[in-house]
Ligand binder design. Structure first.
Ligand SMILES: *Cc1c(COP(=O)(O)O)cnc(C)c1O
Length: 421
């Protein structure tokens, strides 16, 4: 046996002929397994979604910031955004030139802003006070401003990042103050940007928001770019046949909006999008070993080694991840049943899936947790002093390479300073 319940990965040929149970044995679990072919395909989907020539896809690296991962994204001709000096640093290591990095700061210190200025990357500020700080640090410099046109979208309150109830961006009514600050510090506004939120599955909110953003852009002649933001969703409920976002339809809607805008604006501005999840989510599966199966009162629990220190999305956002079952032995499952799949963290909220109907699972089985490549490893932690997992990449030729070592116990001690007691 081996692939007992694996329709989604089979259809994608996710493991490229490799046996997930063998991978789990060789590299141990929990393990992030990436697929290079699918990653490259997602990059190409987006690069080609719009016909307008001056169109740039900035990969939003907070979704997945592994070095090898960024190198692949770079080789596909994408650029990147950054949310912190740490992301700028790793992106530079991955080969992105400063001008290919767009730093979208939010409430950052003067030191952090200075780091970005010194790094020579494009910088966006998202409040009047941050614009003032930027002006003081770099008078005469180029800058971008993040607006909040009042349209938001997203799968969970915590990921809606525009609209009336969020901390992000500058309200359009402050445009006169923005202009005053630009003048005061002799700043050149080169771009405006927005990001309405994460994981929309239809294009309406996005299309509405770019209409609002373009209205703002008309008040600033001479822009080099307009960044429309990310948030492109992926179907997490693949086993239930959830349809993907219609990228072709959305691309056509964006093209229509762009050509109407450019005609009126009179300049061939560059348009950017900055998706993270769409590019990185579907090219990763976490392999996790089942260490215990038990009945507790009226529920059956499947206990594995993928706690929320490895994958935080379910506890953080109530997110759904598809789960597959792989097995080495020939022992058949007696049928399907509803189980609650939990990790090994000492908290009752450590739940990967509640009442999920799966084939009968045995101790020793390997679970495949699907669509884990976005906000997966980047949100992993050492909670409970657990070690962050290894990451491997299945290359296009089927070769498997290690792209991050599993942490060791020594790593836990690295920054600790013992007392002299
Ligand atoms: C997180 C973020 C993105 C990417 O969001 P996705 O939903 O992963 O596409 C883009 N832009 C900004 C400013 C963000 O904070």
């Amino acid at each position: 046996m081996s692939k007992l319940y694996s329709r989604v990965t089979d259809e994608m040929n996710y493991f490229e002929g490799k046996d997930p149970v063998a991978l789990a044995k060789e590299y141990q679990t929990p393990l992030y397994v990436y697929n290079e072919r699918i990653l490259r395909q997602r990059c190409r989907d987006l690069k080609n979604m719009v016909k307008y020539p001056n169109f740039v896809v900035d990969y939003s690296a907070k979704a997945n910031c592994n070095l090898a991962f960024l190198q692949i994204v770079k080789s596909e001709g994408l650029e990147v955004d950054a949310m912190s000096p740490g992301e700028i640093y790793v992106e530079r290591q991955a080969g992105f030139a400063p001008e290919e990095i767009f730093y979208i700061g939010n409430n950052v210190s003067a030191e952090e802003m200075q780091y970005a200025i010194d790094a020579g990357v494009h910088i966006s500020v998202d409040s009047l006070s941050q614009l003032e700080q930027f002006g003081q640090l770099a008078p005469g410099h180029e800058v971008a401003v993040r607006f909040n046109p009042g349209v938001g979208a997203g799968h969970h309150e915590k990921v809606v990042t525009a609209g009336k109830k969020t901390k992000f961006g500058i309200e359009p009514k402050y445009i006169p103050q923005v202009k005053e600050l630009l003048k005061k510090y002799n700043l050149k506004l080169i771009g405006i940007n927005q990001h309405i939120g994460s994981l929309f599955m239809t294009g309406e909110a996005f299309t509405a928001s770019i209409g609002a953003l373009f209205e703002i852009a008309k008040q600033f002649p001479g822009l080099k770019f307009i960044d429309m933001g990310g948030g492109f969703g992926i179907p997490y409920r693949k086993e239930e046949g959830e349809a993907p976002l219609d990228i072709k339809e959305l691309g056509e809607a964006i093209d229509r909006a762009i050509s109407a805008f450019v005609k009126e604006y009179g300049e061939q501005v560059t348009f950017r999008i900055e998706p993270g999840r769409y590019i990185s989510a579907e090219c990763s599966v976490i392999l996790s070993r089942v260490h215990s199966v038990k009945q507790n009162h009226d529920k059956k629990y499947v206990g594995c080694d993928c706690g929320f220190n490895v994958l935080q999305r379910p506890i953080m956002y109530d997110s759904y991840h598809g789960i597959e079952v792989y097995r080495e032995s020939e022992q058949p499952s007696k049928g399907t049943e509803a189980v609650t799949v939990v990790g090994n963290i000492c908290e009752s909220g450590d739940i990967l899936a509640k009442d999920r109907v799966l084939p009968e699972i045995f101790k020793g089985d390997v679970l495949g947790i699907l669509d884990a490549g976005a906000y997966g490893f980047t949100m992993a932690s050492n909670y409970n002093n657990r070690l962050r997992p290894a990451e491997v990449l299945i290359r296009e030729n089927g070769e498997v390479v290690l792209i991050r070592e599993r942490e060791t116990l020594d790593d836990l001690m690295r920054h600790m300073i013992p007392l002299n007691v």
